[in-house]
Design a protein around this ligand. Structure first.
Ligand code: PMP
Length: 418
């Protein structure tokens, strides 16, 4: 070891001597941009109560896992950790799909991966839009050259199976997209029966569970979902930046029998399935460098979910949400989703109370309580406030703290200049 260090140190003068000979002295390169002053100050990341729709606060155990020493992304131990993650996702999704993995990227990466791999340019997709996530999927599909058909409701609305069937019969899409937990409206969409209807029309079902996984019941195999994805930063409580996804046999058949390669190299499932050891080949070859620390943290968060048990996690989110909803109603606030069964337990939405400026309410709560709540998103901007209590943050003490902050803000911010 000592010998190696000595050799490394010796290389430096040798190299500089060589460069000087050719007229370039590496030690005296002429930089014109000075080191920025901010980079000479230590990192500042204040503590905040993240009670918005995500990211959520991360438990110390998950932070510690993410802070462990880096290992190589192609080391056998890393492959072992990725195999564990795959099993953890199969449990969280309730699927036995072999084609299960985590994307190196946020929820959008999984969304794009599903669309880029499943749909070929010119093919039809049907997108249920009742908030921002359907809008996003429609836009991505359009960008990649698909024929996009939409089923549209205002935020908070949902689609009956009859409406979905009618649209499938009319447009004959290869893929139907539905958001399970519409975080921009606070709605949990019914999924029962939708997969069967899709298959009747030879269509695959793609479901977004970024905001609902671990908080509201979802059973990928039993509900015949073909592609399901989620994010790391919501009820799973890992840092943002990884996104579990799974593909059914049907979905694999479609994506691995394409006429043309998917437009994205990074998100091409032929490569990703090899990277995750899902393609049956004896060797995994380099495709991209996965987020090693992000995968450590994701493994830990999936371990917590496995220890807790999915059913306990769903029950716990519902109990805390119901306690919170009651507290909100006691404050005289109106819940945006009227039907209790359609309320997303992880993200509660409340109508903006009359006589208040919603931006002022949020700013007051952040300034005086260090709590993040958010306003609407996309089509729900200006309609509602969003409060997320998920995973590690999901407990009655936090719900009480959120209620107290709201009560205080309602007293202090009344009849502003709005
Ligand atoms: N879908 C839903 C339902 C979401 O709530 C979010 C994140 N707010 C996303 C997709 C996108 O995820 P990300 O921000 O991680 O890309």
């Amino acid at each position: 070891m000592l010998k190696l260090c000595a050799r490394l140190r010796q290389q430096v003068p040798l190299e500089s001597a060589q460069s000087t000979k050719h007229g370039v002295h590496r030690g005296m390169s002429s930089v014109t941009i000075p080191p920025p002053a901010c980079m000479l100050r230590p990192l500042e990341a204040p503590f905040r109560y993240l009670f918005g729709p995500g990211p959520s606060n991360v438990p110390p155990r998950v932070l510690a896992a993410g802070g462990r020493p880096i290992i190589g992304h192609m080391h056998s131990e890393m492959f072992g950790i990725m195999n564990d993650i795959k099993k953890g996702i199969q449990y969280a999704f309730q699927t036995s799909n072999n084609m299960t993995l985590a994307m190196s990227g946020s929820g959008h990466t999984a969304m794009e991966c599903a669309l880029f791999n499943i749909v070929e340019p010119g093919e039809s997709v049907l997108v249920a839009i009742n908030g921002i996530w359907g809008e996003r999927v429609a836009e991505i599909s359009e960008r990649m050259g698909a024929k996009v058909h939409t089923l549209v409701k205002t935020p908070g609305g949902h689609f009956t199976n009859a409406e979905i069937e009618q649209a499938l019969a009319k447009h004959k899409p290869v893929l139907f997209f539905l958001t399970h937990g519409e975080s921009s409206a606070g709605l949990v969409h019914p999924v029962d029966g939708v997969g069967d209807i899709c298959h009747k029309y030879n269509c695959l079902l793609l479901v977004d569970s970024v905001a609902s996984l671990g908080a509201a019941p979802l059973l990928m195999d039993q509900q015949n979902i073909d592609i399901l994805y989620t994010g790391s930063q919501k009820a799973l409580n890992a840092p943002p930046g990884t996104a579990p996804i799974s593909f059914s046999e049907r979905a694999c058949h479609k994506m691995f029998n394409r006429k043309a390669k998917p437009v994205s190299y990074l998100l091409d499932m032929t490569h990703l399935s090899n990277y995750w050891g899902n393609d049956g080949k004896p060797e995994r070859t380099y495709h991209h460098t996965g987020p090693v620390s992000g995968f450590f943290a994701l493994r830990e968060s999936l371990a917590i979910l496995a220890e807790t048990g999915l059913e306990n996690s769903w029950k716990h989110h519902t109990e805390v949400a119901e306690y919170f909803w009651k507290g909100l109603e006691d404050l005289g606030l109106k819940l945006f989703i009227k039907d209790k069964d359609l309320r997303l337990p992880s993200v509660t939405t409340i109508a903006i109370p009359e006589g208040y400026n919603w931006k002022e309410l949020l700013a007051y709560i952040m300034k005086h309580h260090r709590i993040e709540f958010t306003g609407g998103l996309g089509p729900s901007v200006g309609m509602l406030l969003r409060i997320g209590l998920m995973g590690y943050n999901c407990n009655k003490a936090n719900a009480a703290m959120a209620l107290a902050a709201l009560e205080d803000a309602l007293k202090q911010c009344r009849m502003s200049k709005a």
